[in-house]
Design a protein around this ligand. Structure first.
Ligand SMILES: [Zn+2]
Length: 86
C-alpha cells in the first residue's frame, strides 16, 4: 500500500513564502493551504513574515482605495513592486 495521499509534506521556508500571496488572496486550497498553515505554525520566521506581508497588503489596499487617480498612484505601484519582489 502506498502512503496516505492526504499526508502533507513539510515545506521549506522558500516554498512557504511563494504561497503567501495566494494564501492572502484566499486562492490557496486544500493540501497546499494545509501545508502552509502547518509550516507557519512551526516556523516563527515565516509566521512573522506572513504577518508583515498581511499588514503591508492591507496598507496598500487602504492607499489604493483612497488614492485612485491621484498622485499617490506611483507610490502604490512602487509598494506593489516591492511586495511582488519579496
Ligand atoms: Zn519557514
Amino acid at each position: 500500500m502506498k502512503k496516505n495521499k492526504k499526508e502533507i509534506k513539510p515545506l521549506n521556508c522558500e516554498e512557504a513564502v511563494t504561497r503567501f500571496n495566494d494564501f492572502m488572496d484566499n486562492n490557496l486550497k486544500g493540501k497546499s493551504r494545509e501545508e502552509l498553515v502547518k509550516h507557519i505554525s512551526e516556523c516563527r520566521h515565516c509566521f512573522d513574515r506572513l504577518e508583515f506581508e498581511q499588514l503591508l497588503k492591507s496598507k496598500v489596499q487602504q492607499i489604493s482605495s483612497r488614492s485612485i487617480g491621484t498622485k499617490n498612484k506611483s507610490l502604490v505601484n512602487r509598494i506593489e513592486k516591492i511586495i511582488a519582489s519579496l
